[in-house]
Design a protein around this ligand. Sequence first.
Ligand code: 8YV
Length: 324
Amino acid sequence: MKTKVIVARPIFEETLVRLREHFDVTDNQADIAWTKASWAQALSQHAGALTTGSDPVDAEVLKACPSLKAVANMAVGFNNFDVPALTAQGVQASNTPDVLTETTADFGFALLMATARRMAESEHYLRRGEWTQWRYDMFAGAEVHGSTIGILGMGRIGQGIARRAAHGFGMKVIYHNRSRLSAESEAECKATYVSKDELLKTADHVMLVVPYSAASHHTIGAAELAQMKPTATLINIARGGIVDDAALALALHNKQIAAAGLDVFEGEPKVHPDLLTVPNVVLTPHIASASIPTRLAMANLAADNLISYFTQGKSVTPLNTVTA
Ligand code: 8YV
């Protein structure tokens, strides 16, 4: 009898075909919405699961799932997992690093460009039919090339953004991270390590790429926004909750900073209503890794993580060590 695996959300047909070679697969191609209780109930009937960042596997869910053996997140971020609880229960957890790094860095840069150069705001103006003549200051925004980018969180994606900024746009790159990069990596990214305070005070563009945890909750709140330049932009491609969205909406409304570009939100898919009414913000629905080849690579790596665990006792890109 094949091992039972559940795929929490719709996925590429070819990924399902691959999974079905090894497992008895429950899919959710119909995209039936889970409540936490219905998700826990469904998960409890399976030994493995392919999850997205929106599907919680925390201590409460795990309590209902004594026969669960492996969970593979189709995301590099894994704040929907309680990894210590998974390890304690002997469940292999995995994520999808590397395959999305460059695509997500591309998007971070796209969001920076769109925000600094006011692309969304000006497009809405055009669509509303308000463009009647040219003006010298019409949607004049901030400079990107040659300016200073401050990157908070200098992991793989942060370094990808740094390379684009330094080599493609001649930007000065400053960064802050829990640990400093090696001299070699700093040289490759042309990046200078600074304190968080210095970064906030001197960057023309602040890019957030820190993983979410209790410690990084509201890394940017009212106090940090007050440290930023009034001409600065803030870009969040990390996770909702890294920014205090209510404080940001207020700072944007008061023009305390010039603009923000946000791909992630506190409590998404809900978006703070005040962010929807300020003009100087570009809002996208958590799509930084969404190129077709990258999403396919993520899905297939997540599938491989399950196959590898159940056939060889260890996932390809594990987040914990368990004995099979
Ligand atoms: C995912 C992401 O698409 O990888 C991540 O951490 O945020 C995105 O690439 C999202 O989490 C859905 O799983």
